[in-house]
Design a protein around this ligand. Structure first.
Ligand code: ATP
Length: 203
């Protein structure tokens, strides 16, 4: 990507696997904020999920590549996967600010991530670097989410709720279905689903 791009969305996540919930909120964010690009940055050794089993980073990276390949706004960055040590979003934002100095960064996340933001390493530094675009993950209006957004805004951070439809899809549920012999194929891009089946993942 060249430095002419002014607004970059960032979609960080484990992507174990990438599903249509991720793709849909990234697309909604592009349209809502007229983003020039969304960078998908899969975690290497995710600090938040160290106690859980996770699929090898190279495989998750491959699924993201397959998931985004037909969208001209979506790109992948393997920065966190390449690092040996755990990556924290605050550090990754610094890397992006150095790489794209004239660019505004918009970090796209689901409401569960925002509600948990204070547990992130150096979360204040992280929030100082970005505008957070948060997507709902449940149908009802979540008072906790509204309170959190207002609280962060009152502290001077930039946070907005993306006016998107919520999709009740999670990677956890997809993995569970595959393990139980159920079929999650309509929660995934067809090519990602085909890859999962070919590689025999999550059985
Ligand atoms: P898991 O179930 O394994 O925790 P996940 O489905 O939440 O995974 P992640 O890769 O952890 O996926 O999520 C990356 C980001 O995408 C997080 O900020 C998460 O909140 C958000 N996200 C994931 N699924 C959705 C969805 N259906 N709607 C809105 N945001 C989502």
């Amino acid at each position: 990507m060249n430095c002419q791009n002014k607004k970059i969305g960032i979609m960080g996540g484990t992507f174990d696997p990438i599903h249509i919930g991720h793709l849909a909120i990234a697309q909604e964010a592009v349209e809502y904020k007229k983003l020039d690009k969304v960078l998908f940055i899969p975690t290497g050794n995710p600090p938040h999920k160290t106690n859980k089993e996770k699929t090898k980073a190279e495989i998750r990276l491959e699924m993201v590549k397959i998931g985004i390949e037909d969208n001209e706004f979506f790109e992948i960055d393997d920065y966190e996967v390449r690092r040996e040590e755990p990556s924290y979003s605050a550090m990754t934002m610094q890397y992006l600010k150095d790489k794209y100095p004239k660019t505004e960064l918009y970090f796209i996340m689901g409401e569960d991530s925002l509600l948990d933001i204070e547990s992130w390493y150096r979360y204040e530094d992280f929030l100082n670097c970005v505008t957070v675009l948060v997507a709902k993950r449940q149908e009802q209006c979540n008072k906790d989410l509204e309170n959190k957004v207002n609280d962060l805004i009152s502290k001077g951070y930039k946070v907005e709720i993306v006016p998107s439809h919520y999709l009740e899809i999670s990677a956890t549920n997809i993995r569970k279905k595959l393990k139980n012999g159920e079929n999650p194929k309509y929660y995934l891009k067809q090519e990602v689903y085909n890859y999962i089946i070919k590689e025999g993942l999550y059985l």
